[in-house]
Design a protein. Structure first.
Lengths: 293, 293
């Protein structure tokens, strides 16, 4: 997963080894910053508008003044791919912190935001999308404002690590039994032909792929029901799947050691994957379905 | 508030301008780290054991392996003061992150923690301790594990900023009306000669000065009651005060624009301040009380 050499900053492009952070950085001392991870297929951004718009929403919520206008942001992000000659599947990690200032919880209003964005190879995870992943359930101990895509990710880190050490791909988070999302993805339960997911309130991330899943359901006349389901509802699920920019649409075939739908991937999940590939303009040979024909 | 030149890192002492953080730093990308702020009076640490022990507890809770044994930590922290010739009142900011690794929520187990600690001048805030501070109340939107002194401080930052822009010193945080603590201090309500404060559960920081306040109460036979009080109880408070390593014991004289005890500082608060000064070995001339005599 190599990182490409040219990194976009708030002032210019630098080589990644030349990137330097000042001594007192609010991102480093308070997690006082926001980020996006943007998917690139065949050298082209997917859902770039959704990501950039969310970045600006996050920035507004925490009152970070972004160093670029939205128009400049699009242009710089394009240049980031061009400078690095990206033609394959990749992701862009983009982070903005409030900037550098003597350490104090309250913030000066005149700091200059520190931005950096870099490109990294990201081949599609065909195996897990084809075969599905295993998960565990974990209490959601995160803050109340997870709709802000902030750098305060320690609870997500701890939950993901717990999953990982049990050989699982994700941790399904719940508040007192009510499923919110996963540690780095949104989650959906299918029952009787309907897709259920937590409403896009302040306590979950409003995923860019989640927005597409909602649209895919609409196009296919599949009811998309924004009501939280509970951990104990999972045993009655016909299908369970997750979505994120890096995991796309991925089936969940096991939760806390118990198979979902006897470990088989369901047809609404497959339909979502198919529509995702169409939507992202993924070429036939790379398709999840290509090898099943 | 100048920062002294020598900075302790995990490997050696460096000049502060030479400190450099690697490209992918988990502290910067996830807030994946912990910290302490340790008070120094006349060139000597106050409550150093409490701070170092809490650092190790935080590290254990998030599974960060500290680069030093506790014994080495004390020795390096002493050297930090010596190298910078600290003889006055100051604070040490000490931060440890999980280290650098390609960005992924789950963490490799073999990273080397990045540590840095620096010294900054910190004169005692005599005015606010003598006269008291004003506060606002704000919902506590933080995560459930605030006993870990982590770098995930964005909610604290936002609450403190809101207070600050209303000309107030602190934000009193509450979960559904139940007062937990302030954005960067613990809080105590005095009523009928008893001190009430939120129990040291997982959702508040177990303040080092809070431990001393408990001890001071014990020594003075003042009941120290670890039961949460509610926002609406504040109107019946005889006294209200807060504590932290930088604010010591500070009276609160106003909450959301309404005076506490008609804006006068109460006697239990003064007793706590007096005992704090004794405990910290603060010399007479710098005392809050010196000028009142």
């Amino acid at each position: 997963m190599s990182v490409y050499d040219y990194v976009l900053t708030q002032t210019n492009f630098v080589r990644k080894d030349d990137l330097n952070y000042p001594f007192e950085e609010r991102g480093l001392q308070f997690g006082d910053g926001i980020y996006e991870v943007i998917r690139v297929y065949n050298g082209k951004y997917y859902l770039i508008n959704e990501h950039v718009e969310r970045l600006y929403r996050s920035a507004e919520a925490v009152r970070i003044e972004l160093p670029f206008t939205e128009k400049e942001m699009y242009s710089h992000l394009d240049e980031l791919l061009n400078k690095n000659n990206i033609e394959s599947d990749a992701k862009v990690y983009l982070q903005v912190t409030r900037g550098s200032a003597p350490r104090d919880h309250s913030f000066p209003l005149n700091t200059t935001a520190n931005l950096y964005a870099y490109v990294q190879d990201l081949p599609r995870k065909m195996n897990i999308m084809r075969e599905g992943v295993t998960t565990i359930t974990e209490p959601d101990v995160r803050w109340d404002w997870c709709y802000i895509k902030s750098l305060n990710l320690l609870p997500n880190v701890m939950a993901k690590q717990t999953a990982s050490e049990q050989g699982c791909f994700e941790a399904i988070l719940h508040k007192d039994g009510e499923v919110t999302e996963c540690s780095s993805s949104n989650i959906y339960l299918v029952r009787e032909g309907k897709v259920h997911t937590h409403p896009a309130k302040k306590n979950i991330l409003h995923g860019c792929v989640r927005m597409r899943v909602e649209q895919f359901c609409k196009e296919e006349s599949i009811p998309f029901i924004e009501e939280a389901f509970r951990v104990e509802d999972i045993q009655y699920a016909d299908e369970l799947f997750l979505s994120s920019s890096t995991a796309e649409v991925t089936p969940i075939i096991k939760v806390d050691g118990k198979p979902v739908r006897e470990g088989m991937v369901g047809e609404i999940t497959r339909k979502m994957q198919e529509k995702y590939e169409q939507d992202a303009g993924i070429i036939e040979s790379a398709s999840i379905f290509a090898k099943e024909v």
